[in-house]
Design a protein around this ligand. Structure first.
Ligand code: NAP
Length: 277
């Protein structure tokens, strides 16, 4: 019998590619989207693949999470693999940000992951089996400039999962994080932030314009969502998965630069250089 994988944010990008890849790898996939009725590509994929079904799930809603997870368990018996993927970026440095923007980004990228994970944990704990893979970001290890709300949300998820992994290992449940570098998805086109309408005389304007151009170039030169999906499939199939993965050799090199330098100076030189390009 196929094992059940549930993925959040499957309407586009990494989530959509992971839905296909997991189905090809033999998983029965519950691909969730906050608005399935507008997720045309995902619905077409599900229509073509009998082992993919689409369900509604908004990770910012307690009621939506409870209803989706309990209906999956009622209908299919279990969630064997959860892929926390839903998320969004956000631009701006702290002085430019409204506290509400910080809260909204935390609600989606951090509390969204916490809500869905909390809902599947009891079943996995009782079964003494299961795995949780959370797509964080290189921004969960290395904080990039003009990404303060996003950095904080992804650092928060990394902390949540690192602590959880040690406990759930005692119950036979594997918890891993995947830290992609730039990936060619709609993510960059959807970057929000009150800096979208920045005034011409804003003291940060020149720096943020330069940074935005650098990130756009890095984004369009980034890896494909399909290659990230392959890494997710490898983690899902690994009998003893690691806690932390990066999605490419470049991303691993960048993360390593942070992790080996306790002063933080090496990484500050690297991220500061992004403002000079
Ligand atoms: P994407 O194509 O924009 O995918 C984001 C997905 O999250 C979409 O399906 C979106 O659904 C969904 N989503 C947004 N708000 C939601 C909510 N409240 N409830 C449920 N789903 C929601 O971008 P992506 O690059 O594939 O991003 C996937 C993950 O990778 C994110 O966690 C992101 O932070 C991470 N990541 C991306 C990159 C990159 O360079 N692209 C790099 C590192 C990490 P809608 O279609 O309804 O908006």
């Amino acid at each position: 019998m196929s094992k059940i994988a549930m993925i959040t944010g499957a309407s586009s990008g990494i989530g959509l590619a992971t839905t296909s890849a997991l189905a090809a790898a033999g998983w029965e996939v519950v691909a969730t989207a906050r608005q399935p009725e507008t997720a045309d590509t995902l619905r077409a994929l599900a229509a073509a693949l009998p082992t993919v079904q689409v369900r509604a799930l908004d990770v910012t809603s307690d009621a939506s999470v409870a209803s989706c997870v309990s209906s999956v368990i009622d209908d299919l018996g279990a969630v064997d693999l959860l892929v926390n993927n839903a998320g969004a970026g956000h631009r701006g440095t702290l002085e430019q940000l409204d506290v509400r923007e910080l809260a909204q980004t935390m609600d989606l990228n951090y509390l969204g992951v916490a809500r869905v994970t909390k809902a599947v944990l009891p079943g996995m704990r009782v079964a003494r089996a299961g795995r949780i893979i959370t797509v964080t970001s290189l921004n969960g290890v290395v904080a990039l400039p003009f990404s303060d709300a996003y950095n904080a949300s992804k650092f928060a998820v990394e902390g949540l999962m690192e602590g959880l992994a040690a406990v759930m290992r005692e119950f036979g449940v594997h918890v891993s994080v995947l830290e992609p570098g730039p990936v060619r998805t709609p993510f960059f086109a959807k970057l929000g932030g009150s800096v979208d309408n920045i005034a011409a005389d804003d003291p940060y304007k020149e720096l943020i314009d330069r940074f935005t151009a650098t990130m756009a170039a890095l984004g369009s030169a980034g890896q494909s969502p399909e290659s990230v999906a392959e890494v997710i499939c490898q983690i899902a199939a690994d009998p003893s998965p690691a806690l932390r993965y990066q999605s490419s050799a470049d991303a691993a090199g960048f993360a390593a630069r942070k992790l080996v330098d306790p002063t933080g100076n090496s990484i500050l030189d690297a991220t500061g250089a992004l403002l000079q390009m």
